[in-house]
Design a protein around this ligand. Structure first.
Ligand SMILES: Nc1ncnc2c1ncn2[C@@H]1O[C@H](COP(=O)(O)OP(=O)(O)O)[C@@H](O)[C@H]1O
Ligand SMILES: [Mg+2]
Length: 422
């Protein structure tokens, strides 16, 4: 494959991992806006993710062959439409396709119309209807703000009182602004969660190994929800049989549905699933981009090249298939205070030693230089410590050895990443 110029949009651990992988494959990589932590991997250009004019101009001026859009907000805002209108190959759906993530009410309606397995749900816009709908559930339903809420818009209540409070937070108290003006109430599913990513050009799909995030802050899945405290791939629950069911019962009908609705889709489709005891998949949500931290083990463990398929998906020339991967895992180091207000400027030492370990890579999510040749924290999730191994358990063990090389006072981390695979 010839060298391509790839522009990755975003500034977190996800974008660092994507840029790292593209560099490994021999491509010339730019990141906008990137970060000081990503600068060690690829050239960063200070254009903001929501500055569509600036990004189109940058892609043109730099003769970029492919744009990979990291975060969801610019996709929902139509950045991919803007880039494609300027003749720039882009991995990421246009605004119409991005509604699958941008509106949980839209996604629920889409799944119902196209026979895609998902929890029974009620979509409500005012408190009286919402309270009436609540009473029709046998158990307290999950309460979801329909719009983008940076991973904070979902409550899984234990009681009907808690469910009603969450409903009122959205509809009366405006906790999520316009994103909470519509609420999806849905039946609570049980089983094991799985993250499933495919590249698609709207017709063919190329699947990554199934992966798992660890959303709760504490070991044993205790404590508050976070942006993700670690991930591993492949996840054992996604065995061959389960993956075949996901492809047949979820991915294929989703692509058929998008085509039937006249919605072109060229990008990453991320399906968040609950797998029940019998191995049946149910869609919890769609996302329209890679998930962080799952993307870190997928990029670090990738055996087959990914940039070729990215470009093929962007151009509508994708051949269906599966990407092979080595087992890998990421442990997230978060700042003291996370997921509340994170402490910034906490010194971090030992990164050189940790990243010099074989089969280890460190992805920067929220760091900056301290002005004296070192690093300090500058965000909630700060670092992703990623490792590969012959199996997930060895990859996890290696990641923790590297974690223990790092001095980051008060850092929050889980010690049980990949527990389901051990
Ligand atoms: N129907 C459901 N049954 C059980 N748990 C759920 C359900 N819907 C969501 N959850 C839990 O809440 C988390 C967040 O919900 P999700 O729909 O993925 O929203 P978002 O990622 O946008 O915050 C999920 O990862 C899952 O743990
Ligand atoms: Mg989710």
């Amino acid at each position: 494959v010839s060298t391509k110029r790839v522009l990755v949009i975003g500034s977190g651990g996800r974008e660092h991992a994507l840029a790292w992988r593209a560099v490994q494959e021999g491509h010339d990589v730019l990141v906008a806006p990137g970060s000081e932590g990503i600068e060690g991997t690829a050239r960063c250009v200070g254009v903001a993710v929501r500055d569509a004019d600036g990004l189109v101009a940058l892609a043109k001026a730099e003769h970029v062959d492919l744009v990979v859009v990291g975060p969801e907000q610019p996709l929902v805002d139509g950045l991919a439409d803007r880039l494609r209108a300027a003749d720039i190959d882009t991995l990421g759906p246009g605004a119409a396709g991005a509604r699958l993530e941008g509106s949980k009410a839209f996604a629920k309606d889409f799944m119902r119309r196209h026979g895609i397995p998902t929890a029974a749900a009620s979509i409500v816009r005012d408190v009286a209807d919402g309270c009436a709908a609540l009473r029709r559930f046998a158990e307290p339903p999950v309460v979801k703000a329909s719009g983008l809420a940076a991973g904070k818009g979902v409550v899984v209540p234990e009681t009907f009182e808690e469910a009603e409070t969450a409903l009122r937070d959205c509809l009366e108290r405006g906790a999520f602004g316009a994103a909470g003006a519509t609420v999806v109430l849905e039946e609570r599913l049980s089983g094991e969660e799985l993250s499933f990513f495919v590249l698609t050009d709207g017709a063919a799909a190329v699947a990554f190994a199934p992966s798992q995030d660890h959303k709760r802050l504490g070991d044993g899945d205790a404590g508050p929800n976070t942006g993700g405290m670690g991930a591993c791939a492949p996840a054992p629950r996604g065995d061959e049989r389960v993956c075949a069911r996901i492809l047949a019962e979820v991915v294929e009908p989703t692509l058929v549905g998008l085509r039937a609705d006249g919605t072109p889709y060229r990008g990453v489709l991320f399906v968040g699933l609950m797998i029940d005891e019998r191995g049946a998949p149910f869609v919890i949500e769609y996302n329209v981009r890679f998930g962080d931290p799952e993307v870190q083990p997928l990029m670090f463990g990738a055996v087959d090249p990914v940039v070729g398929p990215f470009l093929a998906a962007a151009r509508g020339e994708l051949d269906p298939g599966t990407l092979r991967a080595t087992p890998a895992a990421t442990v997230v180091l978060a700042a003291p205070g996370y997921p509340g207000e994170p402490a910034r400027g906490i010194p971090i030492r030992g990164l050189e030693r940790a990243s010099a370990r074989p089969e280890v890579a460190i992805f920067h999510a929220g760091t900056r230089r301290d002005g004296h040749g070192g690093w300090c924290s500058d965000g909630g999730r700060v670092l992703g410590v990623c490792a590969r191994g012959p199996d997930v358990a060895s990859a996890v063990a290696r990641a923790y050895q590297a974690v223990d090389d790092i001095e980051f006072p008060g850092a929050r981390l889980r010690r049980d990443i990949g527990w389901r695979a051990r």
